[in-house]
Ligand binder design. Structure first.
Ligand code: SF4
Length: 281
């Protein structure tokens, strides 16, 4: 039976079956991206909304998303796009070629657009479109940004990273237990992805602080120390960290993260890192 090796789930797929991400399917004996060129959302966003605070600050970027995700975070802050797929996509989708997307990016250059960000759902479950569209965007001299959970195999990382200029990657916590039992992910794959990307791209990391799961000072200290140890091959300042506030969404209704806690954790992280930002505060 064909196996998908894009991520840690390594789904075995019979003909016509979709993987756990719902973005890939087995057709004619091969696993292919069902969501190739299927755009569910597109908007011209401030770059800081990605969030990227140190990459062309003040600029805007055409942000594009499809559907599907390979993790199962119970508090997903974007679940309408990532999870509520199936019979009818909530927003529908329009088909778009890589060239059409690049043309849209160019059309908005005069409004401050610097390129295209792949975001909203998990872009790497359809990494083929990311690579093709990123090439088209580079051909017209514009920038590419990826916003990802980074939970993919090394083979996919090697194909994607060379085509991206800047990334915001989630490092959702710093314990295997949290990644495995709550998010259904693989922390090591994510850390490997961040390490590989930081050597060649501009990288910023985001941690969504969820009360009771990843909110201790010790955990944020260890996570920050690891980020500080990354080999930033571009010889600039250390990789930046965004500590973001959780809000009750999807299957989780615990109260939102206390703002004071976010600021306390920011001061812990700032002992290790040059740039720590708060989000949703
Ligand atoms: S990308 Fe999707 S189909 Fe492939 S292994 Fe991961 S969850 Fe399964």
């Amino acid at each position: 039976m064909p196996k998908c090796n894009v991520c840690h789930n390594h789904c075995d797929l019979e003909e016509g079956r979709e993987g756990l991400c719902k973005a890939r399917i087995c057709r004619d004996g091969k696993v292919v991206p069902k969501n190739y060129g299927h755009v569910t959302s597109i908007a011209l966003d401030p770059i800081e909304k990605k969030p990227l605070n140190l990459f062309y600050p003040g600029s805007k970027i055409i942000s594009v998303g499809s559907y599907g995700c390979n993790l199962r975070c119970p508090f997903c802050q974007n679940h309408e796009i990532s999870y509520d797929f199936g019979k009818e996509y909530p927003y529908g989708f329009r088909e778009m070629s890589p060239k059409e997307l690049a043309d849209i990016a160019l059309e908005y250059r005069d409004e401050g657009n610097i390129g295209v960000a792949f975001t909203y759902n998990e872009p790497l479950v359809g990494y083929e479109f990311v690579v093709d569209a990123a090439k088209a965007v580079h051909e017209i001299g514009m920038k590419t940004v990826l916003v990802s959970n980074g939970c993919v195999t090394k083979e996919v990382a090697e194909q994607v990273i060379p085509h991206i200029d800047a990334m915001n990657i989630d490092l959702k916590g710093f314990t295997d237990k949290y990644y495995q039992e709550v998010l259904r992910g693989d922390r090591k794959l994510v850390m490997d992805f961040i390490s590989m990307a930081a050597e060649v791209c501009h990288v910023e990391v985001t941690t969504l602080v969820v009360p009771g799961y990843n909110d201790t000072e010790d955990e944020i200290k260890e996570l920050s120390k690891w980020i500080a140890s990354l080999d930033n091959g571009r010889g600039k300042e250390k990789v930046a960290l965004h500590l973001s506030r959780y809000f009750p969404r999807f299957k989780m209704d615990a109260p939102a993260t206390d703002v004071d806690l976010i600021y306390r954790l920011k001061s812990v992280a700032a002992k290790e890192l040059d740039n720590v930002f708060t989000g949703n505060c």
